[in-house]
Design a protein around this ligand. Structure first.
Ligand code: SAH
Length: 350
């Protein structure tokens, strides 16, 4: 594939690009908003035919196609399998909440982080997504549902901080007026714990919400389920989180997936509370933990505990002054755990 990835250009870059064709500044604005609405260059009949033809031959359009779509009969959640222009597939999930529609998006084709419970990482990482392909998931979902997406969670396939520059540009693009115009405060980014990148992110002036997948309260247990812990152990990770909070004053949310018999005992809850408090109490930072019962993935063999175990776990955290929320599971009837839909679909390499 060749040509300029026009959907990855920020307004000022698009302006500079179009200036080479002798086009005025306002043209960039027009095209940027039409691209955000999901229109192809060939559909922009407000442009001259010769400009359309030139752009068509000089640019690549990395927009996505709906390959498969599962709609929950329970709550209207829509799970999409999108086909990218090179034939690879990724997943996104559209969820309806009282506060607006949320789209959970992917940032890589596959993942190389190797978390033992996660389906997205089983085949490794094929490639990073371009900014346009992250944006494209929102554009395609809005077009298909006819509804506005007002919140984004980067919790689909891939590790956002392992695709740092493209994710940063995507965040800037999605925030643009004249484009999708989604506020940074309506965006959450989840990471398995790339501590050096968390420190970098602290200086980007992107007031998004950072979620950190912790899932264990000691190094032995964490390394057993998350190989990244061998590179950045719990101390390196939580020190980076403390740094992030000190620099941004943005509350960090910790994700903790409960796996039956592995990390879900009352002792685990107590050691999680004291661990988090030992880092955050001294800087006066609020602590928030999001508890999730593991989605069973047949390749991993991990089991879900019962509802009581999660409630008990949450109570212990609350008693220690930590806010704990239980992730409401939407679309349980369509929600093959993240990454499973893609795994069951033929890729261009097979
Ligand atoms: N790479 C990012 C985003 C991945 S998915 C990260 O690691 O944070 C978002 C969340 O779902 C992460 O907390 C991840 O650990 C969790 N997750 C992955 N597989 C899961 C499963 N089978 N059951 C429950 N949670 C899972």
């Amino acid at each position: 594939m060749k040509g300029t990835d026009i959907r990855s250009l920020l307004p000022q870059e698009l302006e500079a690009f179009l200036a080479e064709y002798g086009e005025p500044k306002y043209r960039a604005k027009q095209i940027f908003s039409r691209l955000a609405a999901g229109d192809a260059i060939s559909e922009m009949t407000n442009l001259s035919k010769s400009l359309r033809e030139k752009l068509d031959s000089d640019c690549e359009d990395r927009s996505l196609k709906v390959e498969k779509k599962l709609v929950s009969a329970l709550d209207g959640t829509v799970k999409y399998l999108f086909r990218l222009c090179d034939g690879e597939c990724i997943e996104s999930v559209f969820m309806k909440y009282k506060h607006g529609n949320t789209l959970c998006i992917s940032c890589q084709v596959g993942c190389r982080m190797g978390c033992r419970f996660c389906a997205s990482t089983i085949g490794g990482r094929i490639r990073n997504l371009e900014p346009s392909e992250m944006l494209g998931q929102i554009i395609a979902a809005q077009k298909d549902t006819g509804e506005r997406v007002s919140n984004i969670v980067m919790m689909g396939i891939g590790e956002p901080l392992d695709n740092y520059e493209n994710v940063k540009k995507f965040l800037q693009l999605v925030n643009c007026e004249g484009g999708l115009n989604i506020g940074y405060r309506h965006i959450s980014l989840s990471t398995c714990g790339l501590a050096d990148k968390i420190r970098l992110l602290a200086h980007e002036q992107l007031p998004i919400t950072l979620s950190v997948s912790l899932h264990a309260s000691n190094n032995e247990a964490r390394s057993a389920i998350m190989p990244i812990n061998n590179k950045y152990d719990i101390d390196a990770l939580l020190s980076a989180c403390v740094y992030y909070y000190s620099e941004t004053k943005r509350r960090i949310s910790f994700e903790y997936t409960l796996i039956s018999g592995k990390n879900d005992s009352e002792n685990d809850a107590r050691s999680l509370s004291s661990l988090l408090k030992s880092y955050f109490d001294k800087i006066g930072a609020p602590i928030h933990v999001n508890l999730i019962r593991v989605n069973e993935v047949k390749e991993t063999g991990f089991k879900r505990g019962d509802k009581e175990s999660i409630t008990r776990f949450a109570q212990i955290l609350e008693k220690a002054g930590i806010t704990a929320t239980l992730r409401r599971r939407l679309g349980t009837d369509v929600n093959a755990a993240c990454g499973q839909l893609r795994r069951n679909t033929a890729s261009p390499r097979e």
